[in-house]
Design a protein around this ligand. Structure first.
Ligand code: SF4
Length: 485
């Protein structure tokens, strides 16, 4: 049977409402005062964008949410979305010293959201375009988190930046691929507007290699940043996979961001294939959109799932079922060519590999199947765009972790197409590092690092300490000051 919407507007909106509502001013004040304002704060070191966390919390504690947001956004232009989608329990909050003392970390993510919501809601501009222009032009390929992180940093350093984006809107996965109850697309789109306000140009609906050629960009721009992300969904390679109710998880999630929630079609019995965070996002949203039964099918044990524990718990709380040690072997069709079931086979792990146990098969009656088994690297596209670009064995771009430099002069990279697929905050941090690498190249400056965000006067970390923080270009500090940061 064809898929259909299951809920009315009110119920759909209620089911997709924010799972971590914002703090009230009173709650924010109380929470901010739990912070010890540590000197060598481990929470900063755990943040891939090096936000000065004690500083922004202190500003909340002293009734200055605007200053707090300035601290956040000058280090991480996507501070509002990261406040919602970062796995804080394994990053800043996982490193918080209060966690050991009291068993509960300072809620850094929610405080960050409190401060950034304050400036977005009240339309307070806390970042300024650069006062002086350098005359240098940079093309940014891809308007997702890495591209935005790179573009915002370059623009604040006085460079002209143009982002080329295939989709009709910017933000990448933040706009199109995050579970709705974690973050609606409006948050990401407001961040795109913030980047625009810094002077960055966006060219939407432009596919690089088709609508615009790299050779032309190389002539028109002084540097290129590649932030093209990953491709669209691996295949299961089983019979029946092409039936109309078998969809990719990111395509399914995108429908929630591009159509009214109560018009999103979903099955009555949904099977989601995969064990990662995207699989959890898909199965919980299917359930919240009114599926009677939403199952997550994973070929290994629960302990081996790559989804974070808190994500797994959320899915269980929502009533999703986990079918473990099971692999899909065939999509079963009804006589009209629609999905009627999914044949599964029991698996066991042999020498680290999940293998099918012969003779142990069964059919789960389902009418929708969502594939969440990862996204492929864009090897073919990257090779077509940059035939000499060095890729690693996985198909990811080989790049300098501190500067974003690739083996091709004036071509830099960051985000999922280079790191293979990490968190939003990693992509923003890499975009920012590459921006500093590009700027240093223009100025023939040597890039040193890593350190915390030098604009904020944070103590430096030892060079070579391995901290995943933005690089330092000492000569830039004066320019940041001149730009008013
Ligand atoms: S580690 Fe925790 S207590 Fe210390 S500064 Fe960071 S948030 Fe505050």
């Amino acid at each position: 049977m064809a898929l259909s919407p299951k809920l009315g507007p009110e119920q759909a909106a209620a089911n997709m409402a924010d799972i971590a509502p914002r703090f009230t001013p009173q709650e924010a004040l109380i929470e901010a005062n739990r912070c010890l304002f540590c000197f060598d704060a481990p929470c900063i070191q755990a943040c891939p964008t090096g936000i000065d966390i004690p500083s922004f919390i202190q500003k909340i504690a002293t009734g200055n949410p605007t200053g707090s947001a300035r601290t956040i956004l000058s280090a991480n232009i996507l501070g509002a979305s990261c406040a919602r989608v970062c796995p804080t329990s394994v990053l800043c909050e996982g490193a918080c010293v209060v966690l050991d003392r009291e068993g509960k970390a300072v809620q850094i993510g929610r405080l960050q959201r409190y401060a950034t919501d304050h400036v977005y809601d009240n339309k307070i501009q806390v970042l300024k375009p650069a006062a002086k222009k350098s005359g240098k032009k940079i093309a940014v390929l891809g308007g997702g988190p890495a591209g935005l992180g790179c573009a915002a940093e370059l623009a604040q350093l006085g460079h002209d930046v143009t982002i080329f984006e295939k989709k009709p809107q910017g933000g990448g996965l933040n706009t199109y691929g995050i579970a709705y109850y974690k973050m609606p697309p409006q948050v990401s789109l407001a961040e795109v507007e913030l980047v625009k306000s810094l002077g960055v140009q966006f060219k939407y609906g432009v596919e690089v290699g088709k609508d615009v050629q790299i050779a032309d960009l190389e002539k028109q721009f002084d540097a290129i940043f590649v932030g093209l992300g990953l491709g669209r969904g691996h295949q299961m390679n089983i019979p029946g996979e092409n039936l109309p109710e078998v969809v990719q998880a990111l395509d399914f999630i995108e429908t929630l961001h591009t159509a009214p929630l109560h018009k999103v079609a979903v099955g009555a019995r949904v099977a989601v294939i995969g064990g990662g965070n995207t699989a959890i996002d898909a199965v919980t949203q299917a359930k919240r959109l009114g599926a009677e039964k939403a199952m997550l099918i994973y070929r290994r044990t629960e302990a081996e799932m790559s989804a974070y524990d808190f994500e797994q718990e959320l899915a269980k709380r929502d009533g999703c079922e986990f079918v473990l040690n099971a692999a899909p072997v065939e999509v079963v069709a009804d006589c009209n060519g629609h999905v009627a079931g999914l044949k599964l086979a029991r698996t066991k792990v042999v020498n680290g590999k999940a293998e099918i146990i012969p003779g142990q098969e069964w059919v789960e009656p389902v009418d929708m199947i969502i594939k969440a088994i990862g996204e492929p690297k864009q090897v073919e596209l990257l090779k077509r765009l940059f035939p000499k670009l060095e890729l690693d064995k996985r198909g990811a771009i080989v790049y300098d972790k501190q500067t974003g430099a690739t083996n091709i002069a004036k071509v830099f990279a960051g985000g999922d197409c280079a790191n293979g697929g990490r968190e939003v905050v990693n992509a923003v941090g890499e975009g920012k590092k590459a921006a500093r690498g590009i700027h240093a190249m223009f100025a023939n400056q040597k890039v040193v690092g890593p350190i915390q965000d030098s604009r904020l006067g944070v103590k430096t970390a030892p060079v070579g300490s391995g901290l995943d923080n933005p690089i330092r270009v000492p000569e830039l500090e004066k320019q940041y000051e001149a730009a008013g940061h």
